[in-house]
Design a binder for this molecule. Structure first.
Ligand code: NAP
Length: 266
C-alpha cells in the first residue's frame, strides 16, 4: 500500500493536535509537514506539546507545497484561512480534507469547479463524528414515519454560531422526506420570545450553550403514545478522528468535491 503523505494546517488547535496524532499513529500515513502561522522553519518536536512527533513547520502554504511532496492537506483552521489553504492545495495537485466550518455556498461552488478543472478529490465535512452522521441518517429514516420532530443541539459556550451546522443539516435531511407541517399547536404563541427555538421548515431547533459540553444533539420524534429519541454525544475532539481517517482514505479515490461525511458513509 502506498504511503499517504499528509500536511496538517492548524496543528496547535484542538482539532489539529488530534489530527497530527492521528497521522503520526496511522500505518500508511506520513506527516509530511504542518502549516502554522507561528514557528515558521522550526520542527514540531521543538515547539512543545507534540512529544517526539517531528515535522517541518511552514507558515506559507505555497512554499510548503512547492518544497514538500504531499498527497493530502487536512485543514482545521478558520473559514478564511481554510479557503485559502484549500484553493492552494488544489492548485498544487494536493487533495484537501477540510474540517474547518463556515465555508459559504460561493466558496463551495468555487472549489467544486477547481476540483473539476484539476481532476482532484476534495472532502469538506462540517462534522467528522461518524456517530453524528449516522444520527442524521437514522433521523431521516425515522422522519418518514414520525413527521413530528424537534431538534435540541448542545455545545460548549465558546461556539459562535447557532444553531449548529449539524442541526441545520439534520433538519435539511429530514425535510427531504418529511411531510411538511408546522410543529406544535396551530394557535401556539410565545409569551417569552424564543421559547420555541428557531423554526426551520416547521421544525423547531433549540440551541443550548454551556461550559462542560463539547458537541451533542438529540432528535426527538413524537407520535400517539410514543416518542423516539436519537442522541449523539462527542465528548472530545478524538471523536472526530475516525471520520477524518475515512475522509483521507476516500479523498485519494475520488476526483470531485464531496460536501458532508454522510455522502461517503454507506
Ligand atoms: P482552534 O482550537 O481555535 O484551532 C484553530 C487553529 O487555526 C489554531 O491552530 C490557530 O492558530 C489556527 N489559525 C487561526 N487563525 C489563523 C490564521 N489567520 N492563519 C493561520 N492559522 C490560523 O479550533 P478547533 O476547535 O481546533 O477547530 C478548528 C476548526 O474545525 C473550526 O473551524 C471548527 O469549527 C472546526 N471543527 C470541525 C469539526 C468537524 O467535525 N468537522 C469539529 C470541531 C471543530 P493560532 O493559535 O495561532 O490562532
Amino acid at each position: 500500500m502506498k504511503t499517504i503523505k499528509i500536511v496538517v494546517a492548524g496543528p496547535r488547535g484542538r482539532m489539529g493536535t488530534e489530527a497530527v496524532k492521528l497521522v503520526h499513529e496511522t500505518e500508511g500515513y506520513e506527516l509530511a509537514a504542518v502549516i502554522d502561522r507561528k514557528h515558521d522553519g522550526q520542527d514540531l518536536k521543538d515547539i512543545g506539546g507534540f512529544g517526539g512527533i517531528s515535522a517541518k513547520i511552514y507558515s506559507d502554504i505555497d512554499r510548503c507545497l512547492s518544497e514538500v511532496k504531499a498527497d493530502v492537506l487536512i485543514d482545521l483552521t478558520t473559514p478564511e484561512v481554510g479557503m485559502k489553504h484549500t484553493t492552494a492545495a488544489l492548485k498544487h495537485g494536493v487533495r484537501p480534507v477540510v474540517g474547518t466550518t463556515g465555508f459559504t455556498d460561493e466558496n463551495l461552488a468555487e472549489l467544486e469547479s477547481l476540483c473539476e478543472e484539476k481532476g482532484l478529490g476534495c472532502i469538506i465535512a462540517p462534522n467528522f463524528a461518524v456517530g453524528a452522521v449516522l444520527m442524521m441518517k437514522f433521523s431521516q429514516m425515522a422522519a418518514k414515519y414520525f413527521p413530528d420532530v424537534e431538534i435540541i443541539e448542545m455545545h460548549h459556550d465558546r461556539k459562535l454560531d447557532a444553531p449548529s451546522g449539524t442541526a441545520v443539516k439534520t433538519a435539511q435531511m429530514i425535510a427531504e422526506v418529511r411531510e411538511q407541517k408546522e410543529q406544535g399547536h396551530p394557535d401556539e404563541h410565545e409569551t417569552l420570545k424564543g421559547a420555541r427555538g428557531a423554526n426551520m421548515q416547521g421544525m423547531h431547533i433549540h440551541s443550548v450553550r454551556l461550559p462542560g459540553l463539547v458537541a451533542h444533539q438529540q432528535v426527538m420524534f413524537g407520535a400517539d403514545g410514543q416518542t423516539l429519541t436519537l442522541r449523539h454525544d462527542s465528548y472530545n475532539r478524538a471523536s472526530f478522528m475516525s471520520g477524518v481517517k475515512l475522509a483521507v482514505d476516500e479523498v485519494m479515490k475520488i476526483n470531485v468535491l464531496v460536501y458532508g461525511l454522510e455522502n461517503i458513509i454507506e
